[in-house]
Design a protein around this ligand. Sequence first.
Ligand code: PMP
Length: 274
Amino acid sequence: MAAYYNENTIIYFNGEFVKAAEAKTDLYSQSLHYGYAVFEGIRSYPVNGGTKMFKGKEHYDRLRRSAEVTRIPFTYTTEQLIELTYETLRRNNLTDAYVRPIVLCSPNMSLSKGRESYLAIECWEWTNGYMSNQMKIITSSYRRPNADAFHVDAKVSGHYVNSILACQEAKDKGYDEALVLDCNGFVAESSGANIFYEENGVLYTAPKGHILPGITRATVLEICGELNIPVIEKFFTPDEMRGADAGFFCGTAAEVVALSSLDDVPFKKTGKIH
Ligand code: PMP
């Protein structure tokens, strides 16, 4: 894993551009103690000699919505956030990069709603995604958080304890990633990506409700619409998916990555679409 920052790295933090190595936050905040923070993961790519974020507006609209549903005060507009991100990339001389904005809360250890928030925008070089191609995945013993307990469709820091548990369990067992079920036992997503499988020329993916509805997932649906590829959003079990014609994960970090097997049952790889 590449280093995230060095002594020259610049981040945007609370109204100014500062050195990452010198930036300070405090130890008395709900964000650290309770995971009460919201964030995004965005990719930028070299495009036509310049730098272009992939779906920056969609990501920052989601960040603002994540803050709203978790009742963290946050007043930046999407346009301001996009501009600040390009400036952060520029100051770090980065093009092919991963951008990580995070909204942290001010000192307050009670369980009341956020009083004041701080924005940090961090970015680091990212050339070859974090997932290998042809992933071996395993059904996790962990379930996604119950949708009645959390705003699962928001990107909230605390939710990712579940992702760490599921991902590490899979890796400890010798697999590349986890397939995580929802609280009802239907396939939801992986620890950090949405999932599709293909059977008889039709793509299937979990509906909204128990997943983080990814911006990449929405893009796949859009492209399928343009190409007249049938996609059905439905609840399905790992049994229905095992041994299907093909499967893939999609997400900002993963991009679109093929699956080789689920619970040691290989995908047939006879899919026409993938
Ligand atoms: N599900 C989870 C749990 C994720 O963390 C991510 C990554 N943000 C995704 C799905 C994919 O979402 P996106 O395509 O917006 O990156």
